[in-house]
Design a protein around this ligand. Sequence first.
Ligand SMILES: Cc1cc2nc3c(=O)[nH]c(=O)nc-3n(C[C@H](O)[C@H](O)[C@H](O)COP(=O)(O)OP(=O)(O)OC[C@H]3O[C@@H](n4cnc5c(N)ncnc54)[C@H](O)[C@@H]3O)c2cc1C
Length: 453
Amino acid sequence: MDFNQMGRLLKLAETVDLDQVMHLAEKVDLAEVIQAIAGLDQATLDAMVKMLKRQANGQSHPPPPVDGDFYRIADLLTDEQRAVQQRVRRFMETEVQPIINEYWQRDEFPKRLLPAFRELDLIRAIFNDDGSRKPGASLTEGIATMEMARVDVSTATFFGVHAGLAIWSILLGGSDAQVRAWLPKLLDMEVIGAFGLTEPEVGSAVAGGLTTTCRRDGDAWVLNGEKKWIGNATFADVIVIWAREEASGAVRGFLVRPDNPGYHVEKIQGKIALRAVENGHITLTDCRVPEADRLQKVDTWRTVADVLRATRAGVAWQGVGCAMGAYEHSLRYARERRQFGRPIGRFQLIQDKLVFMLGNVTAMQTLCVRLAQLQDAGLMRDEHASLAKVFTAARCRDTVALARDLHGGNGILLDHHVARHFCDTEAIYSYEGTNEINSLVVGRAITGESAFV
Ligand SMILES: Cc1cc2nc3c(=O)[nH]c(=O)nc-3n(C[C@H](O)[C@H](O)[C@H](O)COP(=O)(O)OP(=O)(O)OC[C@H]3O[C@@H](n4cnc5c(N)ncnc54)[C@H](O)[C@@H]3O)c2cc1C
Protein backbone atom coordinates (compact mmCIF):
# COMPACT_ATOMS: atom_id res chain seq x y z
CA MET A 1 0.00 0.00 0.00
CA ASP A 2 1.49 3.38 -0.99
CA PHE A 3 1.32 6.60 1.02
CA ASN A 4 -1.67 8.01 -0.90
CA GLN A 5 -3.67 4.82 -0.57
CA MET A 6 -2.93 4.78 3.16
CA GLY A 7 -4.19 8.37 3.43
CA ARG A 8 -7.39 7.47 1.63
CA LEU A 9 -7.91 4.48 3.88
CA LEU A 10 -7.50 6.62 6.99
CA LYS A 11 -9.98 9.12 5.57
CA LEU A 12 -12.38 6.27 5.02
CA ALA A 13 -11.89 4.99 8.56
CA GLU A 14 -12.72 8.45 9.95
CA THR A 15 -16.20 8.30 8.51
CA VAL A 16 -17.26 4.97 9.91
CA ASP A 17 -18.53 3.97 13.29
CA LEU A 18 -15.65 2.31 15.19
CA ASP A 19 -18.02 -0.07 16.94
CA GLN A 20 -19.24 -1.26 13.57
CA VAL A 21 -15.66 -1.75 12.35
CA MET A 22 -14.75 -3.82 15.41
CA HIS A 23 -17.90 -5.85 15.02
CA LEU A 24 -17.08 -6.46 11.35
CA ALA A 25 -13.47 -7.24 12.19
CA GLU A 26 -14.56 -10.21 14.25
CA LYS A 27 -16.30 -11.69 11.22
CA VAL A 28 -13.92 -11.01 8.35
CA ASP A 29 -10.22 -11.26 7.61
CA LEU A 30 -9.19 -7.60 8.07
CA ALA A 31 -5.85 -8.04 6.21
CA GLU A 32 -7.73 -9.32 3.20
CA VAL A 33 -10.15 -6.37 3.32
CA ILE A 34 -7.30 -3.83 3.52
CA GLN A 35 -5.58 -5.48 0.58
CA ALA A 36 -8.80 -5.36 -1.44
CA ILE A 37 -9.40 -1.70 -0.62
CA ALA A 38 -5.81 -0.80 -1.51
CA GLY A 39 -6.41 -2.19 -4.98
CA LEU A 40 -9.44 0.02 -5.63
CA ASP A 41 -9.36 3.01 -7.97
CA GLN A 42 -10.11 6.56 -6.81
CA ALA A 43 -13.71 6.65 -8.15
CA THR A 44 -14.68 3.42 -6.37
CA LEU A 45 -13.04 4.59 -3.17
CA ASP A 46 -14.92 7.89 -3.32
CA ALA A 47 -18.22 6.08 -3.87
CA MET A 48 -17.49 3.85 -0.88
CA VAL A 49 -16.67 6.85 1.31
CA LYS A 50 -19.93 8.47 0.25
CA MET A 51 -21.92 5.33 1.01
CA LEU A 52 -20.29 4.88 4.42
CA LYS A 53 -20.92 8.52 5.25
CA ARG A 54 -24.57 8.07 4.42
CA GLN A 55 -24.64 5.01 6.65
CA ALA A 56 -22.88 6.87 9.45
CA ASN A 57 -25.63 9.52 9.17
CA GLY A 58 -28.27 6.83 9.42
CA GLN A 59 -29.46 7.59 5.88
CA SER A 60 -28.89 4.23 4.27
CA HIS A 61 -32.58 3.32 4.70
CA PRO A 62 -35.38 5.83 4.67
CA PRO A 63 -36.08 6.53 8.38
CA PRO A 64 -39.44 5.49 9.83
CA PRO A 65 -42.05 8.27 9.71
CA VAL A 66 -42.32 10.70 12.62
CA ASP A 67 -45.77 9.78 13.86
CA GLY A 68 -47.20 10.25 17.34
CA ASP A 69 -50.13 7.93 16.53
CA PHE A 70 -48.34 4.69 17.43
CA TYR A 71 -51.44 2.60 18.16
CA ARG A 72 -53.23 3.82 15.02
CA ILE A 73 -55.96 5.86 16.66
CA ALA A 74 -56.73 7.22 13.18
CA ASP A 75 -57.96 3.72 12.22
CA LEU A 76 -60.79 4.11 14.75
CA LEU A 77 -62.14 7.20 13.02
CA THR A 78 -64.86 7.37 10.41
CA ASP A 79 -64.00 8.80 6.99
CA GLU A 80 -65.62 12.11 8.00
CA GLN A 81 -63.63 12.25 11.24
CA ARG A 82 -60.39 11.49 9.40
CA ALA A 83 -61.21 14.26 6.92
CA VAL A 84 -61.67 16.69 9.84
CA GLN A 85 -58.38 15.53 11.33
CA GLN A 86 -56.54 16.11 8.06
CA ARG A 87 -58.20 19.49 7.52
CA VAL A 88 -57.20 20.68 10.98
CA ARG A 89 -53.67 19.29 10.63
CA ARG A 90 -53.16 21.10 7.33
CA PHE A 91 -54.49 24.35 8.78
CA MET A 92 -52.30 24.10 11.86
CA GLU A 93 -49.13 23.19 9.98
CA THR A 94 -49.47 25.68 7.13
CA GLU A 95 -51.27 28.64 8.72
CA VAL A 96 -50.52 28.52 12.44
CA GLN A 97 -47.10 26.94 12.87
CA PRO A 98 -45.22 29.54 10.77
CA ILE A 99 -46.53 32.53 12.73
CA ILE A 100 -47.40 31.33 16.19
CA ASN A 101 -44.08 31.95 17.92
CA GLU A 102 -44.21 35.59 16.88
CA TYR A 103 -47.72 36.01 18.33
CA TRP A 104 -46.86 34.02 21.43
CA GLN A 105 -43.95 36.37 22.01
CA ARG A 106 -46.15 39.42 21.39
CA ASP A 107 -48.76 38.23 23.90
CA GLU A 108 -51.42 38.38 21.22
CA PHE A 109 -53.98 36.08 19.58
CA PRO A 110 -53.43 35.90 15.78
CA LYS A 111 -56.82 37.33 14.75
CA ARG A 112 -55.73 37.33 11.13
CA LEU A 113 -56.31 33.55 11.24
CA LEU A 114 -60.02 33.93 11.90
CA PRO A 115 -61.13 33.83 8.22
CA ALA A 116 -59.14 30.63 7.61
CA PHE A 117 -60.48 29.22 10.89
CA ARG A 118 -64.04 29.95 9.72
CA GLU A 119 -63.36 28.18 6.43
CA LEU A 120 -62.48 25.00 8.34
CA ASP A 121 -66.19 24.85 9.25
CA LEU A 122 -65.16 22.84 12.25
CA ILE A 123 -67.94 23.51 14.74
CA ARG A 124 -70.55 22.35 12.25
CA ALA A 125 -68.73 18.99 12.14
CA ILE A 126 -69.65 18.68 15.83
CA PHE A 127 -73.07 20.34 16.23
CA ASN A 128 -76.19 20.15 14.05
CA ASP A 129 -78.03 23.38 13.22
CA ASP A 130 -80.41 22.88 16.16
CA GLY A 131 -77.56 22.38 18.66
CA SER A 132 -77.87 18.59 18.89
CA ARG A 133 -74.58 16.71 18.52
CA LYS A 134 -73.58 14.79 15.41
CA PRO A 135 -72.90 11.04 15.83
CA GLY A 136 -69.39 10.59 17.21
CA ALA A 137 -69.17 14.34 17.90
CA SER A 138 -67.05 13.95 21.03
CA LEU A 139 -64.42 11.94 19.20
CA THR A 140 -64.47 14.40 16.29
CA GLU A 141 -64.05 17.30 18.70
CA GLY A 142 -61.36 15.48 20.66
CA ILE A 143 -59.31 14.60 17.60
CA ALA A 144 -59.63 18.17 16.27
CA THR A 145 -58.51 19.53 19.64
CA MET A 146 -55.59 17.09 19.72
CA GLU A 147 -54.52 18.22 16.24
CA MET A 148 -54.67 21.87 17.25
CA ALA A 149 -52.73 21.39 20.49
CA ARG A 150 -50.17 19.23 18.66
CA VAL A 151 -49.04 22.44 16.98
CA ASP A 152 -50.24 25.10 19.39
CA VAL A 153 -52.20 24.92 22.65
CA SER A 154 -53.26 28.59 22.50
CA THR A 155 -55.19 27.91 19.30
CA ALA A 156 -56.85 24.88 20.91
CA THR A 157 -57.77 27.01 23.92
CA PHE A 158 -59.28 29.77 21.77
CA PHE A 159 -61.38 27.07 20.11
CA GLY A 160 -62.30 25.37 23.41
CA VAL A 161 -63.51 28.63 24.96
CA HIS A 162 -65.64 29.56 21.95
CA ALA A 163 -66.91 26.17 20.70
CA GLY A 164 -66.99 24.59 24.15
CA LEU A 165 -67.59 26.92 27.09
CA ALA A 166 -69.55 29.67 25.30
CA ILE A 167 -71.66 27.47 23.02
CA TRP A 168 -72.48 24.94 25.75
CA SER A 169 -73.53 27.76 28.12
CA ILE A 170 -76.04 29.05 25.59
CA LEU A 171 -77.23 25.58 24.60
CA LEU A 172 -77.77 24.43 28.17
CA GLY A 173 -78.84 27.73 29.72
CA GLY A 174 -80.58 29.60 26.93
CA SER A 175 -84.26 29.61 25.97
CA ASP A 176 -85.19 28.22 22.55
CA ALA A 177 -85.38 31.79 21.24
CA GLN A 178 -81.89 32.60 22.62
CA VAL A 179 -80.43 29.44 21.09
CA ARG A 180 -82.06 30.27 17.74
CA ALA A 181 -80.72 33.83 17.88
CA TRP A 182 -77.13 33.03 18.82
CA LEU A 183 -76.31 29.50 17.71
CA PRO A 184 -75.99 29.94 13.91
CA LYS A 185 -73.63 32.89 14.34
CA LEU A 186 -71.56 31.00 16.90
CA LEU A 187 -71.40 27.86 14.76
CA ASP A 188 -70.13 29.90 11.81
CA MET A 189 -67.79 31.91 14.05
CA GLU A 190 -69.43 35.11 12.87
CA VAL A 191 -69.44 36.06 16.52
CA ILE A 192 -66.85 34.89 19.03
CA GLY A 193 -67.76 33.84 22.55
CA ALA A 194 -66.10 33.93 25.98
CA PHE A 195 -66.96 32.47 29.38
CA GLY A 196 -66.61 34.48 32.59
CA LEU A 197 -66.74 32.44 35.75
CA THR A 198 -63.46 32.76 37.69
CA GLU A 199 -62.93 35.81 39.89
CA PRO A 200 -59.76 37.39 41.27
CA GLU A 201 -60.46 36.09 44.78
CA VAL A 202 -62.41 32.92 43.91
CA GLY A 203 -61.02 30.20 41.65
CA SER A 204 -61.35 26.59 42.77
CA ALA A 205 -64.06 27.49 45.29
CA VAL A 206 -66.21 29.34 42.77
CA ALA A 207 -69.15 26.89 42.89
CA GLY A 208 -70.19 28.09 46.32
CA GLY A 209 -68.26 31.33 46.35
CA LEU A 210 -69.37 33.53 43.42
CA THR A 211 -69.08 37.15 44.56
CA THR A 212 -70.22 38.85 41.34
CA THR A 213 -73.76 40.01 41.99
CA CYS A 214 -76.84 40.76 39.91
CA ARG A 215 -80.11 42.45 40.77
CA ARG A 216 -83.22 43.05 38.72
CA ASP A 217 -83.97 46.67 37.82
CA GLY A 218 -87.05 47.00 35.60
CA ASP A 219 -86.37 45.40 32.20
CA ALA A 220 -82.71 44.98 32.96
CA TRP A 221 -80.25 43.51 35.42
CA VAL A 222 -77.43 45.33 37.17
CA LEU A 223 -74.15 43.40 37.51
CA ASN A 224 -71.26 44.21 39.83
CA GLY A 225 -67.99 42.37 40.33
CA GLU A 226 -64.80 41.23 38.63
CA LYS A 227 -63.84 38.26 36.47
CA LYS A 228 -60.27 37.09 35.98
CA TRP A 229 -58.55 34.96 33.33
CA ILE A 230 -61.39 35.17 30.80
CA GLY A 231 -60.09 33.71 27.51
CA ASN A 232 -60.97 35.61 24.27
CA ALA A 233 -62.54 38.39 26.39
CA THR A 234 -60.52 41.19 24.79
CA PHE A 235 -62.09 40.64 21.36
CA ALA A 236 -65.17 38.45 22.00
CA ASP A 237 -68.58 39.63 20.78
CA VAL A 238 -70.43 37.94 23.62
CA ILE A 239 -69.19 37.07 27.10
CA VAL A 240 -71.18 34.68 29.29
CA ILE A 241 -71.05 36.13 32.81
CA TRP A 242 -72.03 34.07 35.83
CA ALA A 243 -73.32 35.92 38.90
CA ARG A 244 -75.32 35.39 42.08
CA GLU A 245 -78.63 37.16 42.53
CA GLU A 246 -78.50 39.49 45.54
CA ALA A 247 -82.06 38.80 46.73
CA SER A 248 -82.40 35.02 46.23
CA GLY A 249 -78.80 33.80 46.06
CA ALA A 250 -79.66 31.99 42.79
CA VAL A 251 -76.93 31.51 40.17
CA ARG A 252 -77.69 33.47 36.98
CA GLY A 253 -75.99 33.62 33.59
CA PHE A 254 -75.92 36.66 31.28
CA LEU A 255 -74.96 37.28 27.67
CA VAL A 256 -72.89 40.42 28.05
CA ARG A 257 -71.74 42.44 25.05
CA PRO A 258 -68.62 44.60 25.12
CA ASP A 259 -70.70 47.77 24.67
CA ASN A 260 -72.98 47.09 27.65
CA PRO A 261 -72.67 50.18 29.89
CA GLY A 262 -70.46 49.46 32.91
CA TYR A 263 -68.45 46.68 31.20
CA HIS A 264 -64.68 47.04 31.06
CA VAL A 265 -61.96 44.55 30.07
CA GLU A 266 -58.19 44.66 30.24
CA LYS A 267 -55.75 42.15 28.81
CA ILE A 268 -53.80 40.26 31.48
CA GLN A 269 -50.09 40.82 30.84
CA GLY A 270 -46.98 38.89 31.76
CA LYS A 271 -48.16 35.28 31.39
CA ILE A 272 -45.59 32.53 30.93
CA ALA A 273 -48.11 30.12 29.38
CA LEU A 274 -50.62 30.36 26.54
CA ARG A 275 -49.35 33.81 25.66
CA ALA A 276 -51.24 33.71 22.36
CA VAL A 277 -54.53 33.40 24.27
CA GLU A 278 -55.84 36.82 25.27
CA ASN A 279 -57.07 36.49 28.85
CA GLY A 280 -59.13 39.38 30.11
CA HIS A 281 -59.66 40.90 33.53
CA ILE A 282 -63.26 42.11 33.44
CA THR A 283 -64.74 44.76 35.71
CA LEU A 284 -68.52 45.11 35.96
CA THR A 285 -69.59 48.40 37.52
CA ASP A 286 -73.36 48.73 37.62
CA CYS A 287 -73.21 46.97 34.25
CA ARG A 288 -76.72 46.94 32.73
CA VAL A 289 -77.84 43.84 30.84
CA PRO A 290 -81.36 43.54 29.37
CA GLU A 291 -83.58 40.78 30.77
CA ALA A 292 -83.68 39.39 27.22
CA ASP A 293 -79.95 38.64 27.56
CA ARG A 294 -80.29 36.67 30.80
CA LEU A 295 -79.89 32.93 30.13
CA GLN A 296 -83.47 31.96 30.77
CA LYS A 297 -83.01 28.36 31.91
CA VAL A 298 -80.34 29.00 34.57
CA ASP A 299 -81.15 29.27 38.26
CA THR A 300 -78.67 26.92 39.91
CA TRP A 301 -75.01 25.96 39.73
CA ARG A 302 -76.06 22.75 37.94
CA THR A 303 -75.94 24.40 34.50
CA VAL A 304 -72.37 25.62 35.07
CA ALA A 305 -71.37 22.15 36.27
CA ASP A 306 -72.88 20.57 33.14
CA VAL A 307 -70.97 23.00 30.91
CA LEU A 308 -67.70 22.30 32.71
CA ARG A 309 -68.15 18.54 32.51
CA ALA A 310 -68.55 18.74 28.74
CA THR A 311 -65.56 21.02 28.24
CA ARG A 312 -63.20 19.35 30.70
CA ALA A 313 -62.96 16.42 28.31
CA GLY A 314 -61.70 18.91 25.70
CA VAL A 315 -58.93 20.06 28.02
CA ALA A 316 -57.88 16.43 28.49
CA TRP A 317 -57.47 16.22 24.69
CA GLN A 318 -55.35 19.39 24.77
CA GLY A 319 -52.88 17.56 26.98
CA VAL A 320 -52.77 14.69 24.49
CA GLY A 321 -52.06 16.98 21.54
CA CYS A 322 -49.47 19.07 23.37
CA ALA A 323 -47.53 15.94 24.40
CA MET A 324 -47.87 14.44 20.92
CA GLY A 325 -46.38 17.56 19.32
CA ALA A 326 -43.54 17.64 21.85
CA TYR A 327 -42.76 13.97 21.17
CA GLU A 328 -42.74 14.43 17.39
CA HIS A 329 -40.48 17.49 17.59
CA SER A 330 -38.15 15.50 19.83
CA LEU A 331 -37.96 12.48 17.55
CA ARG A 332 -37.17 14.73 14.59
CA TYR A 333 -34.53 16.55 16.62
CA ALA A 334 -32.97 13.30 17.83
CA ARG A 335 -32.38 12.34 14.20
CA GLU A 336 -30.95 15.68 13.14
CA ARG A 337 -28.86 16.72 16.10
CA ARG A 338 -25.39 15.15 16.10
CA GLN A 339 -23.02 14.83 19.03
CA PHE A 340 -19.94 12.61 19.40
CA GLY A 341 -20.03 12.03 15.63
CA ARG A 342 -23.50 10.55 15.43
CA PRO A 343 -27.17 11.53 15.70
CA ILE A 344 -28.19 11.76 19.37
CA GLY A 345 -31.07 9.39 18.56
CA ARG A 346 -28.46 6.61 18.48
CA PHE A 347 -27.78 7.01 22.19
CA GLN A 348 -29.60 4.59 24.47
CA LEU A 349 -30.56 7.25 27.01
CA ILE A 350 -32.13 9.39 24.30
CA GLN A 351 -34.10 6.44 22.93
CA ASP A 352 -35.28 5.68 26.45
CA LYS A 353 -36.65 9.22 26.77
CA LEU A 354 -38.39 8.99 23.40
CA VAL A 355 -39.99 5.68 24.33
CA PHE A 356 -41.17 7.06 27.67
CA MET A 357 -42.72 10.04 25.86
CA LEU A 358 -44.39 7.81 23.28
CA GLY A 359 -45.77 5.58 26.04
CA ASN A 360 -47.32 8.63 27.71
CA VAL A 361 -48.79 9.90 24.45
CA THR A 362 -50.23 6.51 23.56
CA ALA A 363 -51.75 5.97 27.02
CA MET A 364 -53.30 9.44 26.89
CA GLN A 365 -54.73 8.91 23.42
CA THR A 366 -56.32 5.57 24.21
CA LEU A 367 -57.77 6.88 27.48
CA CYS A 368 -59.31 9.89 25.73
CA VAL A 369 -60.75 7.83 22.90
CA ARG A 370 -62.61 5.74 25.48
CA LEU A 371 -63.70 8.92 27.28
CA ALA A 372 -65.12 10.23 23.99
CA GLN A 373 -66.99 6.97 23.46
CA LEU A 374 -68.54 7.30 26.94
CA GLN A 375 -69.39 10.93 26.22
CA ASP A 376 -71.02 10.09 22.88
CA ALA A 377 -73.00 7.30 24.54
CA GLY A 378 -74.24 9.75 27.21
CA LEU A 379 -72.43 7.76 29.92
CA MET A 380 -69.64 10.17 30.85
CA ARG A 381 -69.81 11.32 34.47
CA ASP A 382 -67.89 14.18 36.15
CA GLU A 383 -65.30 11.78 37.52
CA HIS A 384 -64.65 10.27 34.07
CA ALA A 385 -63.82 13.67 32.59
CA SER A 386 -61.83 14.65 35.69
CA LEU A 387 -59.72 11.47 35.66
CA ALA A 388 -58.79 12.06 32.03
CA LYS A 389 -57.91 15.67 32.74
CA VAL A 390 -55.79 14.74 35.78
CA PHE A 391 -54.00 11.98 33.90
CA THR A 392 -53.29 13.81 30.66
CA ALA A 393 -52.22 17.07 32.32
CA ALA A 394 -49.73 15.20 34.52
CA ARG A 395 -48.40 12.95 31.73
CA CYS A 396 -48.19 15.95 29.42
CA ARG A 397 -46.08 17.76 32.00
CA ASP A 398 -43.67 14.78 32.15
CA THR A 399 -43.54 14.55 28.38
CA VAL A 400 -42.85 18.20 27.61
CA ALA A 401 -40.16 18.28 30.32
CA LEU A 402 -38.39 15.37 28.60
CA ALA A 403 -38.79 17.09 25.23
CA ARG A 404 -37.25 20.26 26.55
CA ASP A 405 -34.41 18.28 28.08
CA LEU A 406 -33.79 16.26 24.89
CA HIS A 407 -33.37 19.52 22.95
CA GLY A 408 -30.56 20.63 25.27
CA GLY A 409 -30.11 24.42 25.19
CA ASN A 410 -32.31 24.65 22.13
CA GLY A 411 -35.15 23.38 24.32
CA ILE A 412 -35.54 26.83 25.84
CA LEU A 413 -35.65 28.60 22.47
CA LEU A 414 -39.03 29.32 20.91
CA ASP A 415 -37.63 28.48 17.45
CA HIS A 416 -37.61 24.78 18.29
CA HIS A 417 -41.28 24.84 19.45
CA VAL A 418 -40.97 22.55 22.48
CA ALA A 419 -40.31 25.56 24.75
CA ARG A 420 -43.82 26.83 23.92
CA HIS A 421 -45.32 23.39 24.63
CA PHE A 422 -43.33 23.25 27.87
CA CYS A 423 -44.77 26.57 29.09
CA ASP A 424 -48.31 26.06 27.78
CA THR A 425 -48.67 22.81 29.70
CA GLU A 426 -48.68 24.83 32.92
CA ALA A 427 -52.01 26.38 31.94
CA ILE A 428 -53.49 23.00 31.01
CA TYR A 429 -52.49 21.84 34.47
CA SER A 430 -54.34 24.67 36.23
CA TYR A 431 -57.43 25.60 34.25
CA GLU A 432 -60.86 23.94 34.00
CA GLY A 433 -60.23 22.85 37.57
CA THR A 434 -56.67 22.46 38.82
CA ASN A 435 -55.28 18.93 38.91
CA GLU A 436 -55.86 18.87 42.68
CA ILE A 437 -59.54 19.79 42.29
CA ASN A 438 -60.09 17.24 39.52
CA SER A 439 -58.33 14.65 41.64
CA LEU A 440 -60.75 15.42 44.47
CA VAL A 441 -63.68 14.93 42.09
CA VAL A 442 -62.42 11.43 41.27
CA GLY A 443 -61.52 10.78 44.92
CA ARG A 444 -65.07 11.64 45.98
CA ALA A 445 -66.52 9.30 43.37
CA ILE A 446 -64.39 6.29 44.29
CA THR A 447 -64.42 6.66 48.09
CA GLY A 448 -67.83 8.21 48.58
CA GLU A 449 -66.13 10.87 50.75
CA SER A 450 -65.86 14.53 49.77
CA ALA A 451 -62.45 15.91 50.73
CA PHE A 452 -62.72 19.40 49.23
CA VAL A 453 -62.64 21.14 52.63
C1 LIG B 1 -54.55 30.48 31.03
C2 LIG B 1 -55.82 30.40 31.80
C3 LIG B 1 -57.03 30.52 31.13
C4 LIG B 1 -58.23 30.52 31.84
N1 LIG B 1 -59.41 30.74 31.19
C5 LIG B 1 -60.55 30.91 31.90
C6 LIG B 1 -61.77 31.29 31.26
O1 LIG B 1 -61.83 31.44 30.02
N2 LIG B 1 -62.88 31.48 32.03
C7 LIG B 1 -62.86 31.32 33.39
O2 LIG B 1 -63.90 31.52 34.02
N3 LIG B 1 -61.72 30.94 34.03
C8 LIG B 1 -60.57 30.76 33.32
N4 LIG B 1 -59.40 30.39 33.96
C9 LIG B 1 -59.39 30.24 35.41
C10 LIG B 1 -59.12 28.83 35.90
O3 LIG B 1 -60.23 28.03 35.71
C11 LIG B 1 -58.65 28.95 37.37
O4 LIG B 1 -57.33 29.45 37.31
C12 LIG B 1 -58.70 27.63 38.10
O5 LIG B 1 -60.01 27.24 38.34
C13 LIG B 1 -57.94 27.71 39.44
O6 LIG B 1 -58.33 28.81 40.18
P1 LIG B 1 -57.21 29.77 40.77
O7 LIG B 1 -56.25 30.11 39.71
O8 LIG B 1 -57.91 30.90 41.45
O9 LIG B 1 -56.43 28.91 41.85
P2 LIG B 1 -56.85 28.67 43.38
O10 LIG B 1 -58.24 28.17 43.46
O11 LIG B 1 -56.50 29.86 44.19
O12 LIG B 1 -55.88 27.48 43.80
C14 LIG B 1 -54.53 27.66 44.24
C15 LIG B 1 -53.96 26.29 44.59
O13 LIG B 1 -54.69 25.73 45.69
C16 LIG B 1 -55.16 24.42 45.33
N5 LIG B 1 -56.43 24.16 46.00
C17 LIG B 1 -57.53 24.95 46.05
N6 LIG B 1 -58.50 24.35 46.76
C18 LIG B 1 -58.01 23.14 47.16
C19 LIG B 1 -58.54 22.05 47.90
N7 LIG B 1 -59.79 22.04 48.38
N8 LIG B 1 -57.74 20.99 48.12
C20 LIG B 1 -56.48 20.94 47.62
N9 LIG B 1 -55.93 21.94 46.91
C21 LIG B 1 -56.70 23.02 46.67
C22 LIG B 1 -55.30 24.47 43.82
O14 LIG B 1 -55.29 23.17 43.27
C23 LIG B 1 -54.07 25.29 43.44
O15 LIG B 1 -52.94 24.46 43.44
C24 LIG B 1 -58.20 30.36 33.25
C25 LIG B 1 -56.98 30.20 33.91
C26 LIG B 1 -55.80 30.22 33.20
C27 LIG B 1 -54.51 30.07 33.95
